[in-house]
Each structure stands twice: as structure tokens, then as C-alpha cells.
Design a protein around this ligand. Structure first.
Ligand SMILES: [Zn+2]
Length: 116
């Protein structure tokens, strides 16, 4: 599997999330598990438009491990999420990442949001 460029993996629980994520920031994350060979396998990617820490807290219980990365703003988070989605094809992401409401952001990798 391609490298995600994210920090981690960390255990997906309150203490580890608090210790690993020290800033309140938009960002992206990957949820996954350890394969029998000991590698981190990504099952799902997502983004937080405002606070990646809060978002990950809400994911506790849905995976055992996470990776994350900060982004400067929500548009950058969207674009990074799209890159991860196209790069990794995570089995847990059945549909293309959506734009934040009221935006006309375009995917950097495909034309799903291109005007017709
Ligand atoms: Zn796309």
C-alpha cells in the first residue's frame, strides 16, 4: 500500500489522541489496524474542517489505530482527503469525499465536481 505521509500510527483512544494532537486545527486522518505481518493497514480516510482532534474522538471504537496530519485550512483538508482517497482506495470509503457545504472546491485528482 502507498505511503500516506501522515503521522502515526497511534492507538485510537482518548489518551493517545490527546497526547498526539496538540493543536486545534483542520486536518486529515486515516483509521486502520495492524495486519498479521505487523503493518498499518488503512481502512478509512476522512477530514476535519475545523478540529481533527474532536473528529477523531468521535471515531473511537470504529478502528484500533489512526494516523493524522494537520492542514492549514478546511480546503487543504479536503484536497488532502481527496489525494488519500485516490491514492489508497480505502475499503471503508465507498463514495468520493464531499465538499464542505457552500463551497465550489474541485478535486485535485478527478473531475467529479467539474462543471458540465
Ligand atoms: Zn476525486
Amino acid at each position: 500500500m502507498a505511503k500516506s505521509g501522515l503521522l502515526g500510527p497511534y492507538k485510537l483512544n482518548f489518551d493517545t489522541i490527546d497526547a498526539a494532537i496538540t493543536r486545534s486545527s483542520a486536518g486529515v486522518y486515516a483509521l486502520g489496524y495492524t495486519s498479521p505481518e505487523g503493518r498499518f493497514c488503512i481502512n478509512h480516510v476522512g477530514r476535519a474542517d475545523t478540529d481533527v482532534k474532536t473528529k477523531l474522538r468521535n471515531c473511537i471504537g470504529s478502528a484500533t489505530l489512526f494516523k493524522f496530519g494537520y492542514t492549514p485550512n478546511s480546503k487543504a483538508a479536503f484536497e488532502r482527503e481527496c489525494e488519500l482517497f485516490h491514492e489508497l482506495s480505502p475499503p471503508g470509503n465507498r463514495v468520493h469525499p464531499g465538499r464542505a457545504q457552500g463551497t465550489n472546491w474541485a478535486c485535485p485528482r478527478c473531475r467529479i465536481f467539474a462543471p458540465r
